[in-house]
Design a protein around this ligand. Structure first.
Ligand code: DON
Length: 368
């Protein structure tokens, strides 16, 4: 690959996929059909705050199912993992996003990325009133994105008018007491969260914030407590691309989430967020070009999480000694010198440069 800049690379990528016309714009929510099928935006944001964007990266669209990762993080912050797990499991369902995948007997949804789990997750937000829950949600988006967000009212109305299946799921959850709040209020907030407007850059920034342990790398504002980031990324990794999740992690190797608005966001922890916006969807409801472009970027830069190109042990440890053998030039009296010879072996000095991973730590500190 001969490119003189990453921006250049993205422009070439955009050109390569501009004419790919597979898939179809979502039609089950009539308002979504208004999207231009040709739109294609790509954005990458790094954890040191660099933004690269090409094509229709400023075009607004509704976040749809990608909202599920934000709300899941909020529910974890409000309740802790244990209580959230009592209501929503974290097993891939291997089924479509709108499947009614509930655990036999308990009614617990399989995971928070399918609609059933996402609706249950909305019900776990701690605020006492629907208005307060919405306000907090919009504030959390502001933390992730660094700007206010709006709800697309016509998409919201369209979601609500056509959302009979989601209502059926909501009432099933209420029946099993998975949802303990007013079901219609929970569903209303779910329809609203799906209708939040974002652009491709925003999505990449959400990815970069998760990659950066929950802190927006441009504003420095924390959007999600660091302790919950691995759990959000965990469900994205196992369930984020619905019934394509297994093949996705196999091929692309990054936690990700898609939405029927055409957005896909992928996260490389500690490094970057990638987003693609292209409204034509494949049969599973994932953006067709979104999937293909993420596959390409992952392959071109070796971003698969389970691909390890480096061993850190030898590079991290520069030298290791104790103070019985190496002395400073300081003058010490007889007693101090004697003590140093006697006890100096207990003072270990490690000269390190770079990241000390588990293996490096084992080698340097535990010395086996
Ligand atoms: O039908 C719904 O529940 C949507 N508004 C959200 C679904 C979605 O984005 C599924 N994603 N691929």
């Amino acid at each position: 690959m001969k490119m003189n800049s990453f921006f250049n690379y993205l422009e070439t990528l955009h050109r390569d996929y501009a004419d790919v016309a597979d898939g179809a714009v979502a039609s089950y929510i009539p308002e979504l059909l208004k999207a231009d099928p040709a739109w294609l935006g790509i954005a990458v944001v790094t954890v040191d705050g660099h933004v690269y964007q090409v094509g229709d990266s400023q075009q607004e669209f509704t976040i749809q199912s990608i909202s599920k990762i934000i709300t899941y993080g909020m529910a974890l912050e409000d309740n802790g993992t244990e209580d959230v797990l009592k209501k929503v499991d974290v097993e891939p369902s291997g089924e479509a996003f709108n499947s009614i995948s509930l655990e036999p007997g308990t009614g617990r949804p399989r995971n928070p990325m399918i609609n059933a789990g996402a609706i249950a997750t909305v019900s776990l937000l701690a605020e006492a009133t629907p208005a307060a829950r919405l306000k907090r949600m919009l504030d959390v988006y502001k933390r992730y994105l660094g700007h206010e967000v709006a709800i697309d009212d016509s998409v919201y109305q369209s979601e609500k008018e056509t959302g009979h299946r989601n209502r059926a799921i909501g009432y099933m959850l209420r029946n099993y007491e998975i949802i303990e709040k007013e079901t219609d209020e929970v569903l209303d907030l779910y329809f609203k969260q799906c209708s939040i407007l974002v652009n491709c850059r925003d999505l990449a920034l959400i990815g970069a914030t998760l990659a950066n342990n929950g802190v927006n790398p441009i504003t420095g504002v924390r959007a999600l407590k660091g302790q919950f980031v691995p759990h959000v990324l965990g469900v994205m990794g196992s369930c984020g691309m619905y019934d394509y999740s297994g093949a996705w992690i196999y091929n692309v190797g990054m936690p990700a989430k898609s939405g029927v608005g055409g957005g896909v966001v992928a996260v490389l922890p500690g490094q970057l967020g990638i987003a693609v916006f292209s409204p034509r969807l494949d049969d599973r409801g994932n953006s067709f070009r979104g999937v293909e472009i993420c596959k390409r970027i992952s392959k071109d830069f070796g971003l698969h999480l389970f691909y390890s190109s480096q061993t850190t042990i030898s590079t991290v440890l520069h030298s290791r000694y104790d103070t019985s053998t190496v002395r400073s030039k300081r003058n010490r009296n007889q007693e101090q010198t004697r003590l140093l010879s006697e006890l100096g072996k207990q003072v270990k000095v490690f000269k390190l440069a770079g990241d000390l991973m588990f293996t490096g730590f084992r080698k340097t500190v535990w010395n086996f």
